[in-house]
Design a binder for this molecule. Structure first.
Ligand code: SF4
Ligand code: SF4
Length: 69
C-alpha cells in the first residue's frame, strides 16, 4: 500500500505531475483551492499507484511525498 500526500498549500497547480503519471491517476482538484488560489494535485486511485516516483521527481517544488506502508 502506498501513502500519497501533496502539500496542498505549496502546490501551484502546474499539472506536471498529472502528465508524468504513467497510471493516469493524478488530477488537479476541481473543488479545492489553496491560499494562493491554485487547484492542488490529488490522487484518484491510490491502490493503482505503483510508487514509480515519476510525479515526485517531476514536481518542481517537491511537494509530493510517497511512502510505502
Ligand atoms: S508514484 Fe507513479 S503511479 Fe504513483 S501517482 Fe506518482 S507517477 Fe503515478
Ligand atoms: S507538479 Fe507539484 S506543483 Fe505541479 S501540480 Fe503537481 S504537485 Fe502541484
Amino acid at each position: 500500500m502506498v501513502k500519497f500526500t501533496v502539500n496542498e498549500e505549496l502546490c501551484k497547480g502546474c499539472g506536471l505531475c498529472v502528465r508524468a503519471c504513467p497510471k493516469q491517476i493524478l488530477r488537479l482538484s476541481k473543488t479545492k483551492f489553496n491560499a494562493k488560489g491554485y487547484h492542488p494535485s490529488e490522487i484518484t486511485d491510490v491502490e493503482a499507484c505503483i510508487a514509480c516516483g515519476s510525479c515526485f521527481r517531476t514536481c518542481p517544488d517537491s511537494v509530493i511525498r510517497i511512502e510505502k506502508e
